[in-house]
Ligand binder design. Structure first.
Ligand SMILES: *[C@@H]1O[C@H](CO)[C@@H](O)[C@H](O)[C@H]1NC(C)=O
Ligand SMILES: *[C@@H]1O[C@H](CO)[C@@H](O)[C@H](O)[C@H]1NC(C)=O
Ligand SMILES: *[C@@H]1O[C@H](CO)[C@@H](O)[C@H](O)[C@H]1NC(C)=O
Ligand SMILES: *[C@@H]1O[C@H](CO)[C@@H](O)[C@H](O)[C@H]1NC(C)=O
Ligand SMILES: *[C@@H]1O[C@H](CO)[C@@H](O)[C@H](O)[C@H]1NC(C)=O
Ligand SMILES: [Cu+2]
Length: 396
């Protein structure tokens, strides 16, 4: 373990950090034992009415204007929004290519959603980005409602020729410059690239690589993950594409593919440390979480208890490192100063004794007559029947 890693690790487990976390975030425990009676319902971005889209973006901008809580430990953390990016940078080497990857990110997104609601008066839920809806063609990707400058997050950066990433290259990348339109065109990200939490002001960069979407984020590609019936195998597929130095796209699962399609080579979204600098990170990871939720719901009794995978980064089966234990339901995850440490059993159920949200059982469908996306209900049984048929036919 390098010194810096040791430092990060100490931050994670230090009783001081824990104490501070508990007092600053008592709320996280307020639902303890009270049950989840009224779950928030998360929806796909394009299905939100425009005023709800605006409320979400306003809340994100509010977090970007509130002072950071972690600036004592994270020099680059200026705003509450930066707090989350900083936590991700500091913990990146303990939360990717490990068994608790999905649990940690579920917890992070939930704490972020909570901050939007409790500190910024947001009344809605964390929306997600269903990548499959934009995967039909390059132009479908580029014209996604997500990138709309007035009702979305702004679009690609202008093309900049160059090599931006020492660890991997993304052919057919199309951007790389500062995002020029939309609500975040003038926002200053304070940290990154890579593992630095020093204060390095920079613009939001996107570097769309739409071919990754048409290749790896189609409905079929995403659904293939769901043909696995143990968490271990499902999780291997989801995490495929996370490598030592960055993301690999040849066989990327939907997690890596979503990051790379937006971030290309030069954008924050492709940075396994600093990716939460792009507000779209939260919609992407809510979607990763949505997929897990769908997977769990196929067999709640078994799958709400199914947690496996190495504690050691790139341990078997997520890599080839040997030694080290596997996670269990008692494995502790935390967000340093931002939230109490909890055993991951408490984030297994999105409607449990800690978390309290669900996802709408619907799929967005494009209505050519009106030129609008509309919600189509998908019942649990319909979903499962389709999946079963798909997996039988996919010879997987
Ligand atoms: C960041 O990564 C570089 C290269 O791997 C390493 O030398 C450095 O110690 C790391 N810094 C921190 C703060 O982890
Ligand atoms: C990018 O720069 C390289 C080296 O300067 C040049 O060979 C290449 O043609 C440029 N590509 C584009 C698309 O401008
Ligand atoms: C960004 O800043 C420029 C120049 O100050 C300004 O013209 C533009 O309206 C700003 N955009 C947003 C979304 O605030
Ligand atoms: C382990 O995986 C890494 C990265 O894929 C590879 O470079 C290395 O050769 C592998 N080691 C063994 C012993 O297979
Ligand atoms: C962890 O799980 C892997 C299979 O996923 C298994 O090969 C390994 O023996 C387990 N390690 C321990 C220490 O139990
Ligand atoms: Cu991450």
């Amino acid at each position: 373990m390098q010194l810096s890693q040791l430092f990060n690790f100490l931050l994670l487990v230090s009783p001081l950090a824990l104490c501070r976390a508990v007092t600053s975030s008592d709320e996280a425990y307020s639902t303890y034992n009270t049950g989840c009676k009224n779950p928030l319902v998360r929806r796909e971005w394009r299905l939100l009415p425009d005023h709800e889209k605006k409320e979400y973006i306003d809340a994100v901008k509010c977090l970007q204007a509130l002072p950071a809580l972690t600036s004592n430990n994270v020099p680059g953390a200026v705003t509450r929004f930066d707090d989350f990016q900083g936590i991700h940078i500091r913990q990146a080497e303990f939360i990717h290519a490990v068994g608790s990857f999905q649990h940690w990110h579920r917890y992070m997104i939930w704490i972020y959603e909570k901050a939007l609601r409790e500190e910024c008066g947001y009344r809605g839920s964390q929306p997600y980005w269903d990548w499959t809806l934009d995967s039909a063609s390059d132009s479908a990707f580029i014209n996604s409602p997500l990138w709309n400058p007035t009702t979305g997050f702004g679009g690609n950066g202008p093309y900049v020729n160059g090599t931006f990433n020492p660890f991997f290259s993304v052919p057919e990348r199309t951007g790389g410059g500062c995002v020029q339109d939309g609500p975040f065109s003038n926002y200053t990200i304070h940290m990154g690239p890579f593992n630095t939490t020093a204060k390095i002001p920079q613009c939001l960069r996107r570097d769309f690589a739409p071919f990754i979407s048409t290749l790896r984020l189609t409905e079929e590609a995403v659904r293939l993950h769901h043909c696995e019936d143990t968490f271990g195998r499902y999780d291997v597929k989801v995490q495929t594409g996370i490598t030592e130095r960055g993301l690999r796209l040849s066989d990327a699962g939907f997690h890596a593919a979503g990051h790379l399609s937006v971030g290309g080579e030069a954008g924050q979204m492709s940075d396994i440390y600093a990716s939460p600098g792009d507000p779209v990170f939260y919609l992407h990871h809510a979607s990763v979480d949505h997929e897990w939720w769908k997977w769990q719901n196929v067999d709640r009794e078994a799958r709400l208890k199914d947690a496996t995978g190495p504690i050691l980064r790139f341990g078997i089966p997520l890599g080839n490192r040997t030694g080290g234990e596997n996670i269990t339901l008692d494995f502790m995850i935390g967000l340093s100063e931002l939230a109490p440490m909890v055993p991951l059993r408490r984030v297994m159920d999105t409607e449990g004794d800690l978390l309290c949200y669900t996802y709408a059982r619907e799929k967005a469908v494009y209505d050519y007559a009106t030129g609008k996306w509309v919600a189509e209900e998908v019942s649990e049984s319909e979903y499962e029947d389709d999946l079963e048929e798909f997996c039988e036919n996919s010879d997987n």
